[in-house]
Design a protein around this ligand. Structure first.
Ligand code: FA5
Length: 372
C-alpha cells in the first residue's frame, strides 16, 4: 500500500484509473459468465472477489488517497465491486438451478417400476413333501437318521442279506464307484435308503424308531416313471414284540395323514432279502376310492382304474439282518418300510411325467406354492 501523500493525484494511481477499474470489473463479469459449473465459478470468485483480487487490491489503495480524492475513487471501486458481486450471485443462482434440474433427471427414481423383478425363490416340492412325511413320523416319536450316499457295498447289500450272487442285486441296477487303481472298490452309490437301517442298528441300542429320508441312485433311464437319481424314505422300528399289525397300523396312519381319512391299505406278498415276510403295501386310491374298478363310465387316471396305489415295500426285519447288526433276534423284532418320494408326489398331485420334477422349470414348481 502506498504511504499517505498530501499532494496525491488519483489520476496518477494506475490501479484506480476509471478504465482500469472498468477492465477489472469487465474481466470479472466475463469470468463469471464463462464459468460452466459451480466449481469453475468458485475459482472465478476467488480470482475476482478474493483478498488478492485486482479490485480488492485497488480498494486498499483508496485508504492512502488524500480526503478529496477518496470519495470519488471509493464510489468508482464500490460500484465496480457491487456490479461484480451482483453478477456472481446471478451466475451462481443460474448454475445452481441448472445443477438441480440435472440432478432431478439423472437421479430420478421411478416409483412406478415393479420392485420385485427378481422373484423370491422357494424350496422344491420334493423337499417340502419329504419333510412333511418326516414330520408325520417325528410326531409319532421317530428319530430322523441319515447315511452316506456313497456307500460301502457291505451296507448296501451284504448286511441286508443280499449274498454275492443273489439275483436281487440285479433288481437294483447299481452304479459302482471305481478307484484310481482298480475298478472294484467295494463302494457303490447307494441304491436304496435301507443301508441306513444297518447303520442305525449298529449306532444305537434298541428299542429304536427311525425315519430316514435320502437320495438314492440306480442305472435307470430317465423316463416318465423313472429317474436315475431319486429319493426314498425308510422306516425302521426295532422293539420287543413288534408284529406286522404294528407295521400296517403305522403306515395306515401315514397314508391317512397324507391322503385323507378312511383310506384302506392292503399288503401283497413280495420279496426283499432283508425282510421276512415281505410285502408291497397298497393304499386305496384317494381319488376314486375304488369306484373306477370295472366302471368304464368313471375311469380314474390316478390308479389306472385299479382302485389301489402301490406305496412301497415293507416287511418284518429278517432275523439274519438283526444278527448282522448285533441285535438279538430272540429278544427283538422289527419292521421296515421304504418308498419312493417322486412316485408318491406323482400320485398325490397327479403329475404325469417324473421328468418335470428334475428339469427345474418353475412352471412346474410354482403351483406348489412358495413354501420355504
Ligand atoms: C427298495 O428299494 C427297498 N429298499 C424298499 C424296502 C424298504 C422294502 C424296507 C422293505 C423294507 P424298491 O426297489 O421296490 O424297494 O424301491 C422302492 C421304491 O422306490 C419304489 O416303490 C418306487 O417308488 C421307487 N423307485 C424305484 N426305482 C425308481 C426310479 N428309477 N425312479 C423313481 N423312483 C423309483
Amino acid at each position: 500500500m502506498s504511504a499517505p501523500n498530501k499532494s496525491y493525484d488519483p489520476v496518477e494511481v494506475e490501479a484506480l484509473k476509471p478504465e482500469e477499474i472498468e477492465r477489472m470489473r469487465d474481466e470479472a463479469l466475463a469470468a463469471f459468465a464463462a464459468a460452466a459449473d459451480l466449481d469453475a465459478l468458485r475459482e472465478a470468485k476467488t480470482a475476482h472477489m478474493g483478498d488478492r483480487s485486482p479490485l480488492a487490491l485497488a480498494n486498499r489503495e483508496i485508504g492512502a488517497l488524500p480526503p478529496q480524492a477518496k470519495a470519488e475513487a471509493g464510489k468508482r471501486v464500490g460500484m465496480a465491486r457491487g456490479a461484480v458481486n451482483k453478477a456472481m450471485a446471478a451466475r451462481q443462482a443460474e448454475l445452481e438451478a441448472e445443477r438441480d434440474a440435472r440432478v432431478l433427471v439423472e437421479e430420478a427414481v421411478d416409483v412406478t417400476l415393479p420392485y420385485d423383478r427378481v422373484p423370491a425363490g422357494a424350496r422344491h416340492p420334493l423337499t417340502t413333501f419329504m419333510e412333511r412325511v418326516e414330520d408325520i413320523f417325528v410326531s409319532m416319536g421317530y428319530e430322523v437318521a441319515e447315511g452316506p450316499e456313497v456307500e460301502a457295498e457291505w451296507f448296501n447289500f451284504d448286511a441286508l442279506n443280499f449274498t454275492p450272487d443273489h439275483p436281487a442285486r440285479a433288481m437294483q441296477d447299481t452304479f459302482f464307484v471305481a478307484g484310481p487303481k482298480k475298478a472294484e472298490t467295494g463302494v457303490v452309490l447307494r441304491t436304496h435308503t435301507s443301508p441306513v437301517q444297518i447303520r442305525s442298528m449298529l449306532d444305537r441300542e434298541p428299542p429304536l424308531y427311525i425315519v430316514c429320508p435320502g437320495r438314492v441312485y440306480r442305472t435307470d433311464e430317465l423316463d416318465a416313471t423313472h429317474t436315475p437319481v431319486f429319493h426314498q424314505i425308510e422306516l425302521l422300528a426295532i422293539d420287543e414284540g413288534l408284529t406286522m399289525t404294528d407295521l400296517k397300523g403305522t403306515i395306515e396312519h401315514m397314508a391317512r395323514a397324507l391322503f385323507g381319512e378312511g383310506l384302506e391299505t392292503r399288503l401283497r406278498p413280495a420279496y426283499f432279502p432283508f425282510t421276512e415276510p415281505s410285502a408291497e403295501l397298497d393304499m386305496q386310491c384317494y381319488v376314486c376310492r375304488g369306484a373306477s374298478v370295472g366302471n368304464p363310465e368313471r375311469p380314474c387316471r390316478t390308479c389306472s382304474s385299479e382302485g389301489w396305489i402301490e406305496l412301497g415295500g415293507c416287511g418284518m426285519v429278517n432275523p439274519r439282518v438283526l444278527v448282522a447288526a448285533g441285535i438279538d433276534p430272540e429278544k427283538y423284532s422289527g419292521f421296515a418300510f421304504g418308498f419312493g418320494i417322486e412316485r408318491m408326489l406323482m400320485f398325490r398331485h397327479n403329475v404325469e411325467d417324473m421328468r418335470d420334477m428334475v428339469e427345474g422349470d418353475v412352471r412346474f414348481t410354482r403351483p406348489f406354492g412358495m413354501e420355504i
